[in-house]
Design a protein around this ligand. Structure first.
Ligand code: HEM
Length: 363
Protein backbone atom coordinates (compact mmCIF):
# COMPACT_ATOMS: atom_id res chain seq x y z
CA UNK A 1 0.00 0.00 0.00
CA UNK A 2 1.31 3.47 -0.84
CA UNK A 3 1.88 5.94 1.97
CA UNK A 4 -0.53 8.92 1.99
CA UNK A 5 1.03 12.16 0.72
CA UNK A 6 2.06 14.64 3.42
CA UNK A 7 -0.82 17.04 3.96
CA UNK A 8 0.00 20.68 3.12
CA UNK A 9 -1.01 23.44 5.52
CA UNK A 10 -4.16 25.28 4.31
CA UNK A 11 -2.24 27.32 1.72
CA UNK A 12 -4.85 26.75 -0.92
CA UNK A 13 -7.71 28.13 1.17
CA UNK A 14 -9.59 30.74 -0.89
CA UNK A 15 -9.20 34.48 -0.43
CA UNK A 16 -11.27 35.67 2.54
CA UNK A 17 -12.63 39.05 3.55
CA UNK A 18 -10.22 39.40 6.50
CA UNK A 19 -6.67 38.42 7.25
CA UNK A 20 -4.04 39.08 9.89
CA UNK A 21 -0.35 38.80 9.09
CA UNK A 22 1.96 38.39 12.08
CA UNK A 23 5.73 38.39 11.72
CA UNK A 24 7.66 37.41 14.84
CA UNK A 25 11.28 37.01 15.86
CA UNK A 26 12.27 34.31 18.34
CA UNK A 27 13.93 35.48 21.57
CA UNK A 28 17.11 33.72 22.67
CA UNK A 29 15.95 30.69 24.68
CA UNK A 30 12.44 30.83 23.22
CA UNK A 31 12.98 27.92 20.86
CA UNK A 32 11.29 25.27 22.97
CA UNK A 33 8.08 27.27 23.39
CA UNK A 34 8.02 28.03 19.68
CA UNK A 35 8.48 24.36 18.77
CA UNK A 36 5.59 23.49 21.08
CA UNK A 37 3.40 26.15 19.53
CA UNK A 38 4.14 25.21 15.93
CA UNK A 39 2.70 21.76 16.38
CA UNK A 40 -0.35 23.25 18.06
CA UNK A 41 -1.21 25.84 15.38
CA UNK A 42 -3.57 23.58 13.40
CA UNK A 43 -5.33 22.52 16.61
CA UNK A 44 -5.68 26.10 17.84
CA UNK A 45 -7.10 27.24 14.50
CA UNK A 46 -9.56 24.34 14.59
CA UNK A 47 -10.58 25.07 18.19
CA UNK A 48 -11.18 28.78 17.55
CA UNK A 49 -12.84 28.20 14.18
CA UNK A 50 -15.11 25.35 15.26
CA UNK A 51 -17.60 27.73 16.88
CA UNK A 52 -18.13 29.58 13.60
CA UNK A 53 -17.42 27.25 10.67
CA UNK A 54 -18.84 29.82 8.23
CA UNK A 55 -15.89 32.05 9.11
CA UNK A 56 -13.53 29.58 7.34
CA UNK A 57 -10.76 30.41 9.78
CA UNK A 58 -7.36 29.08 8.80
CA UNK A 59 -3.75 29.69 9.69
CA UNK A 60 -0.56 28.96 7.78
CA UNK A 61 2.74 29.21 9.60
CA UNK A 62 6.12 29.76 7.95
CA UNK A 63 9.60 29.46 9.44
CA UNK A 64 12.51 31.72 8.42
CA UNK A 65 15.98 30.51 7.47
CA UNK A 66 17.88 31.39 10.66
CA UNK A 67 15.04 30.15 12.86
CA UNK A 68 14.99 26.79 11.09
CA UNK A 69 18.40 25.80 12.43
CA UNK A 70 17.45 26.94 15.94
CA UNK A 71 14.29 24.84 15.92
CA UNK A 72 15.03 21.64 14.03
CA UNK A 73 17.88 19.19 13.72
CA UNK A 74 18.46 17.29 10.49
CA UNK A 75 18.13 18.36 6.88
CA UNK A 76 16.92 21.82 5.90
CA UNK A 77 14.47 22.67 3.12
CA UNK A 78 16.73 22.85 0.07
CA UNK A 79 15.86 26.40 -1.00
CA UNK A 80 15.36 28.08 2.37
CA UNK A 81 17.46 31.23 2.74
CA UNK A 82 16.92 34.79 3.94
CA UNK A 83 15.30 37.09 1.39
CA UNK A 84 17.94 39.18 -0.32
CA UNK A 85 17.60 42.92 -0.43
CA UNK A 86 17.17 44.25 -3.97
CA UNK A 87 18.55 47.65 -4.84
CA UNK A 88 17.40 48.89 -8.21
CA UNK A 89 18.39 52.12 -9.92
CA UNK A 90 15.29 53.82 -8.48
CA UNK A 91 13.56 51.50 -6.00
CA UNK A 92 14.65 49.20 -3.21
CA UNK A 93 13.11 46.03 -1.78
CA UNK A 94 14.34 45.68 1.79
CA UNK A 95 14.97 42.45 3.65
CA UNK A 96 13.61 42.76 7.18
CA UNK A 97 13.73 40.44 10.22
CA UNK A 98 11.29 37.56 10.52
CA UNK A 99 11.63 34.12 12.11
CA UNK A 100 7.96 33.17 11.98
CA UNK A 101 5.06 34.20 9.77
CA UNK A 102 1.45 33.54 10.72
CA UNK A 103 -0.98 34.04 7.85
CA UNK A 104 -4.42 34.02 9.44
CA UNK A 105 -7.43 34.11 7.14
CA UNK A 106 -11.17 34.18 7.75
CA UNK A 107 -14.47 35.68 6.74
CA UNK A 108 -14.67 37.45 10.11
CA UNK A 109 -12.03 39.73 11.61
CA UNK A 110 -13.14 38.83 15.14
CA UNK A 111 -12.22 35.19 14.50
CA UNK A 112 -8.86 36.16 12.99
CA UNK A 113 -8.20 38.44 15.93
CA UNK A 114 -9.11 35.77 18.47
CA UNK A 115 -6.65 33.34 16.90
CA UNK A 116 -3.93 36.00 16.59
CA UNK A 117 -4.36 36.83 20.28
CA UNK A 118 -4.09 33.20 21.31
CA UNK A 119 -0.98 32.68 19.19
CA UNK A 120 0.63 35.82 20.59
CA UNK A 121 -0.30 34.76 24.11
CA UNK A 122 1.42 31.42 23.61
CA UNK A 123 4.47 33.16 22.20
CA UNK A 124 4.80 35.64 25.08
CA UNK A 125 8.43 35.85 26.27
CA UNK A 126 9.49 33.37 23.60
CA UNK A 127 9.02 35.54 20.51
CA UNK A 128 8.30 39.18 19.76
CA UNK A 129 5.71 40.17 17.19
CA UNK A 130 7.62 42.70 15.04
CA UNK A 131 4.93 43.37 12.46
CA UNK A 132 1.15 43.01 12.55
CA UNK A 133 -1.08 43.89 9.63
CA UNK A 134 -4.86 43.61 9.55
CA UNK A 135 -6.01 43.18 5.97
CA UNK A 136 -9.53 43.68 4.67
CA UNK A 137 -11.45 42.98 1.51
CA UNK A 138 -11.98 46.21 -0.42
CA UNK A 139 -15.04 46.16 -2.70
CA UNK A 140 -14.70 43.39 -5.33
CA UNK A 141 -11.23 42.25 -4.19
CA UNK A 142 -9.58 45.52 -5.23
CA UNK A 143 -6.34 46.90 -3.86
CA UNK A 144 -6.29 50.46 -2.59
CA UNK A 145 -5.05 51.55 -6.01
CA UNK A 146 -8.54 50.59 -7.18
CA UNK A 147 -7.59 47.53 -9.28
CA UNK A 148 -8.89 43.99 -8.82
CA UNK A 149 -6.00 42.01 -7.32
CA UNK A 150 -5.72 38.23 -7.60
CA UNK A 151 -7.55 37.60 -10.88
CA UNK A 152 -4.81 35.57 -12.57
CA UNK A 153 -4.16 33.34 -9.56
CA UNK A 154 -4.14 29.65 -10.43
CA UNK A 155 -7.03 27.63 -8.96
CA UNK A 156 -7.61 23.91 -8.34
CA UNK A 157 -4.89 21.51 -9.40
CA UNK A 158 -2.79 24.18 -11.18
CA UNK A 159 -2.67 26.01 -7.83
CA UNK A 160 -1.54 22.83 -6.05
CA UNK A 161 1.10 22.22 -8.75
CA UNK A 162 2.36 25.80 -8.42
CA UNK A 163 2.71 25.90 -4.67
CA UNK A 164 3.11 22.43 -3.13
CA UNK A 165 6.39 20.48 -3.17
CA UNK A 166 5.48 17.09 -4.63
CA UNK A 167 8.19 14.87 -6.05
CA UNK A 168 5.59 12.65 -7.71
CA UNK A 169 4.74 15.58 -10.00
CA UNK A 170 8.19 17.18 -10.14
CA UNK A 171 10.93 14.55 -10.20
CA UNK A 172 13.90 16.01 -8.36
CA UNK A 173 11.75 18.07 -5.95
CA UNK A 174 12.80 18.15 -2.30
CA UNK A 175 11.07 14.87 -1.30
CA UNK A 176 12.14 15.18 2.36
CA UNK A 177 9.93 18.28 2.56
CA UNK A 178 7.01 17.09 0.41
CA UNK A 179 3.76 18.89 1.19
CA UNK A 180 5.73 22.05 2.01
CA UNK A 181 5.91 25.40 0.24
CA UNK A 182 7.72 28.73 0.34
CA UNK A 183 6.21 32.11 1.03
CA UNK A 184 7.44 35.68 0.55
CA UNK A 185 5.76 38.67 2.19
CA UNK A 186 6.27 42.38 1.61
CA UNK A 187 4.42 45.33 3.03
CA UNK A 188 3.90 48.14 0.52
CA UNK A 189 2.73 51.69 1.23
CA UNK A 190 1.08 53.60 -1.60
CA UNK A 191 1.32 57.27 -2.46
CA UNK A 192 -2.36 57.61 -3.26
CA UNK A 193 -2.18 61.34 -3.90
CA UNK A 194 0.29 60.83 -6.73
CA UNK A 195 -1.54 57.72 -7.99
CA UNK A 196 -4.94 59.38 -8.02
CA UNK A 197 -3.49 62.29 -9.96
CA UNK A 198 -2.83 59.90 -12.87
CA UNK A 199 -5.55 59.56 -15.50
CA UNK A 200 -7.22 56.13 -15.42
CA UNK A 201 -5.59 55.16 -18.73
CA UNK A 202 -2.12 55.81 -17.27
CA UNK A 203 -2.99 53.73 -14.20
CA UNK A 204 -4.14 50.94 -16.50
CA UNK A 205 -0.84 51.07 -18.38
CA UNK A 206 1.01 50.83 -15.03
CA UNK A 207 -0.90 47.71 -14.01
CA UNK A 208 -1.39 46.15 -17.44
CA UNK A 209 -5.14 45.63 -17.01
CA UNK A 210 -8.24 47.78 -17.30
CA UNK A 211 -9.49 49.26 -14.05
CA UNK A 212 -13.26 48.81 -14.10
CA UNK A 213 -13.61 45.61 -16.12
CA UNK A 214 -10.28 44.05 -15.02
CA UNK A 215 -9.32 42.85 -18.50
CA UNK A 216 -5.66 42.36 -19.45
CA UNK A 217 -4.37 44.92 -21.97
CA UNK A 218 -3.43 43.59 -25.39
CA UNK A 219 0.26 42.86 -25.82
CA UNK A 220 0.65 45.67 -28.33
CA UNK A 221 -0.57 48.28 -25.82
CA UNK A 222 0.69 46.74 -22.57
CA UNK A 223 3.94 48.53 -21.65
CA UNK A 224 7.07 46.48 -20.86
CA UNK A 225 7.29 48.18 -17.46
CA UNK A 226 3.69 47.34 -16.50
CA UNK A 227 3.20 45.20 -13.41
CA UNK A 228 1.58 42.37 -15.34
CA UNK A 229 4.24 42.29 -18.07
CA UNK A 230 7.09 42.10 -15.54
CA UNK A 231 5.36 39.44 -13.49
CA UNK A 232 4.57 37.12 -16.36
CA UNK A 233 7.54 34.75 -16.27
CA UNK A 234 8.24 31.53 -18.13
CA UNK A 235 10.65 28.62 -17.95
CA UNK A 236 13.08 27.76 -20.77
CA UNK A 237 10.37 25.71 -22.47
CA UNK A 238 7.99 28.68 -22.53
CA UNK A 239 5.67 27.40 -19.78
CA UNK A 240 4.31 30.14 -17.56
CA UNK A 241 5.57 29.93 -13.96
CA UNK A 242 2.87 30.65 -11.45
CA UNK A 243 2.62 31.69 -7.84
CA UNK A 244 -0.38 31.96 -5.54
CA UNK A 245 -1.00 35.48 -4.20
CA UNK A 246 -3.28 36.32 -1.29
CA UNK A 247 -2.62 40.09 -1.11
CA UNK A 248 -4.77 42.19 1.18
CA UNK A 249 -5.30 45.94 1.45
CA UNK A 250 -4.64 47.53 4.85
CA UNK A 251 -4.41 51.04 6.16
CA UNK A 252 -4.72 53.67 8.81
CA UNK A 253 -6.37 57.01 8.13
CA UNK A 254 -4.73 58.42 11.25
CA UNK A 255 -1.26 57.64 9.95
CA UNK A 256 -2.19 58.37 6.35
CA UNK A 257 -1.20 54.77 5.49
CA UNK A 258 -2.72 53.07 2.46
CA UNK A 259 -1.07 49.78 1.67
CA UNK A 260 -1.00 46.37 0.06
CA UNK A 261 0.31 43.39 1.98
CA UNK A 262 1.86 41.18 -0.69
CA UNK A 263 1.97 37.47 0.11
CA UNK A 264 3.03 34.94 -2.51
CA UNK A 265 3.32 31.15 -2.16
CA UNK A 266 5.32 28.94 -4.48
CA UNK A 267 6.93 25.49 -4.41
CA UNK A 268 10.23 27.26 -5.12
CA UNK A 269 11.14 30.75 -3.94
CA UNK A 270 13.09 31.28 -7.16
CA UNK A 271 9.94 32.15 -9.13
CA UNK A 272 8.93 34.87 -6.67
CA UNK A 273 12.52 36.11 -6.55
CA UNK A 274 12.62 36.34 -10.32
CA UNK A 275 9.46 38.44 -10.22
CA UNK A 276 11.06 40.69 -7.61
CA UNK A 277 14.17 41.03 -9.79
CA UNK A 278 11.96 42.02 -12.71
CA UNK A 279 10.02 44.54 -10.62
CA UNK A 280 12.96 46.21 -8.87
CA UNK A 281 15.93 45.68 -11.17
CA UNK A 282 13.94 45.49 -14.40
CA UNK A 283 13.71 43.13 -17.36
CA UNK A 284 15.61 44.27 -19.33
CA UNK A 285 17.60 45.89 -16.47
CA UNK A 286 16.59 49.49 -15.89
CA UNK A 287 12.87 49.10 -16.63
CA UNK A 288 11.45 48.89 -13.13
CA UNK A 289 7.79 48.14 -12.42
CA UNK A 290 5.79 51.36 -12.89
CA UNK A 291 3.67 50.46 -9.81
CA UNK A 292 6.78 51.00 -7.67
CA UNK A 293 6.72 54.72 -8.49
CA UNK A 294 3.59 54.79 -6.32
CA UNK A 295 4.29 51.89 -3.92
CA UNK A 296 7.18 51.61 -1.45
CA UNK A 297 8.19 48.23 -0.03
CA UNK A 298 8.86 48.69 3.69
CA UNK A 299 9.30 45.04 4.75
CA UNK A 300 10.31 41.80 3.07
CA UNK A 301 10.98 38.25 4.28
CA UNK A 302 10.96 34.65 3.11
CA UNK A 303 9.81 31.50 4.93
CA UNK A 304 9.44 27.79 4.44
CA UNK A 305 5.94 26.47 5.08
CA UNK A 306 6.30 22.89 6.33
CA UNK A 307 3.58 20.33 5.71
CA UNK A 308 0.93 19.71 8.33
CA UNK A 309 2.53 16.29 8.96
CA UNK A 310 5.87 17.94 9.68
CA UNK A 311 4.24 20.23 12.25
CA UNK A 312 2.47 17.27 13.87
CA UNK A 313 5.65 15.26 14.19
CA UNK A 314 8.68 17.52 13.85
CA UNK A 315 12.27 16.29 13.91
CA UNK A 316 14.12 16.66 17.21
CA UNK A 317 15.43 19.99 18.37
CA UNK A 318 19.06 20.70 17.44
CA UNK A 319 21.33 18.80 19.76
CA UNK A 320 18.51 16.60 21.04
CA UNK A 321 18.73 12.82 20.99
CA UNK A 322 16.47 11.37 18.33
CA UNK A 323 13.66 10.24 20.58
CA UNK A 324 10.40 9.44 18.93
CA UNK A 325 8.48 8.29 22.02
CA UNK A 326 7.08 11.14 24.15
CA UNK A 327 7.97 10.60 27.81
CA UNK A 328 5.32 11.69 30.32
CA UNK A 329 6.07 14.81 32.35
CA UNK A 330 6.61 14.32 36.05
CA UNK A 331 3.46 15.02 38.03
CA UNK A 332 5.14 17.83 39.95
CA UNK A 333 6.01 19.80 36.80
CA UNK A 334 3.06 21.72 35.37
CA UNK A 335 3.19 22.47 31.65
CA UNK A 336 3.02 26.22 32.29
CA UNK A 337 6.18 26.04 34.40
CA UNK A 338 7.89 24.10 31.65
CA UNK A 339 6.98 26.85 29.19
CA UNK A 340 7.93 29.66 31.53
CA UNK A 341 11.54 28.54 31.72
CA UNK A 342 12.66 27.96 28.18
CA UNK A 343 16.16 26.61 28.05
CA UNK A 344 17.72 26.10 24.68
CA UNK A 345 20.44 23.95 26.23
CA UNK A 346 17.83 21.56 27.65
CA UNK A 347 16.75 20.59 24.18
CA UNK A 348 16.24 16.94 25.05
CA UNK A 349 13.57 17.75 27.61
CA UNK A 350 12.11 20.31 25.17
CA UNK A 351 11.58 17.75 22.48
CA UNK A 352 9.79 15.49 24.91
CA UNK A 353 7.39 18.16 26.09
CA UNK A 354 6.01 18.62 22.62
CA UNK A 355 4.09 15.39 22.89
CA UNK A 356 2.48 16.35 26.15
CA UNK A 357 1.52 19.89 25.09
CA UNK A 358 0.09 18.65 21.84
CA UNK A 359 -2.14 16.24 23.68
CA UNK A 360 -3.39 18.98 25.99
CA UNK A 361 -4.88 20.96 23.08
CA UNK A 362 -6.63 18.08 21.47
CA UNK A 363 -8.46 17.06 24.60
C1 HEM B 1 2.23 47.03 -4.38
C2 HEM B 1 2.09 45.72 -4.37
C3 HEM B 1 1.30 45.01 -5.42
C4 HEM B 1 0.10 45.34 -5.94
C5 HEM B 1 -0.80 46.52 -5.58
C6 HEM B 1 -0.22 44.33 -6.92
C7 HEM B 1 -1.36 44.33 -7.70
C8 HEM B 1 -1.59 43.47 -8.75
C9 HEM B 1 -2.71 43.56 -9.67
C10 HEM B 1 -3.81 44.60 -9.58
C11 HEM B 1 -2.60 42.56 -10.55
C12 HEM B 1 -3.52 42.25 -11.74
C13 HEM B 1 -4.64 41.29 -11.42
C14 HEM B 1 -4.20 39.93 -10.99
O1 HEM B 1 -3.99 39.04 -11.82
O2 HEM B 1 -4.05 39.74 -9.80
C15 HEM B 1 -1.41 41.82 -10.22
C16 HEM B 1 -0.95 40.73 -10.88
C17 HEM B 1 0.15 40.01 -10.54
N1 HEM B 1 1.05 40.33 -9.54
FE1 HEM B 1 0.96 41.90 -8.29
N2 HEM B 1 0.79 43.42 -6.96
C18 HEM B 1 1.75 43.79 -6.06
C19 HEM B 1 2.95 43.17 -5.81
C20 HEM B 1 3.37 42.03 -6.43
C21 HEM B 1 4.60 41.35 -6.17
C22 HEM B 1 5.64 41.81 -5.13
C23 HEM B 1 4.63 40.24 -6.97
C24 HEM B 1 5.66 39.18 -7.11
C25 HEM B 1 6.82 39.15 -6.47
C26 HEM B 1 3.43 40.25 -7.74
C27 HEM B 1 3.08 39.28 -8.68
C28 HEM B 1 2.00 39.35 -9.50
C29 HEM B 1 1.69 38.35 -10.50
C30 HEM B 1 2.45 37.05 -10.76
C31 HEM B 1 0.54 38.77 -11.17
C32 HEM B 1 -0.20 38.04 -12.30
C33 HEM B 1 0.42 38.37 -13.62
C34 HEM B 1 -0.36 37.71 -14.74
O3 HEM B 1 -0.13 36.52 -14.96
O4 HEM B 1 -1.20 38.37 -15.34
N3 HEM B 1 2.68 41.34 -7.40
N4 HEM B 1 -0.82 42.40 -9.10
Amino acid sequence: MTEPRPEPQPLLAPLTSSAIFLVATIEPGGERTVRDLLSEVPGLARAVGFRAPESRLSCVVGVGSDAWDRLFAGPRPAELHPLEERVGRVHRAPSTPGDLLFHIRGQRMDMCFELAGRLAGRLANAAAVVDEVHGFKYFDNRDLLGFVDGTENPVGSPAYRAVVIDETLDPGADAAFAGGSYVVVQKYLHDLTAWNALPTEAQERAVGRTKLADVELDDDVKPADSHVALNTVEDEAGNELQILRMNMPFGSVERGEYGTYFIGYCKTPSVIERMLDNMFLGDPPGTHDRLLDFSTAVTGSLYFVPSQDFLDDPPPAPGAADTTEPVPETASEPASEARAEPDAADAHAGSLRIGSLKRSTTR
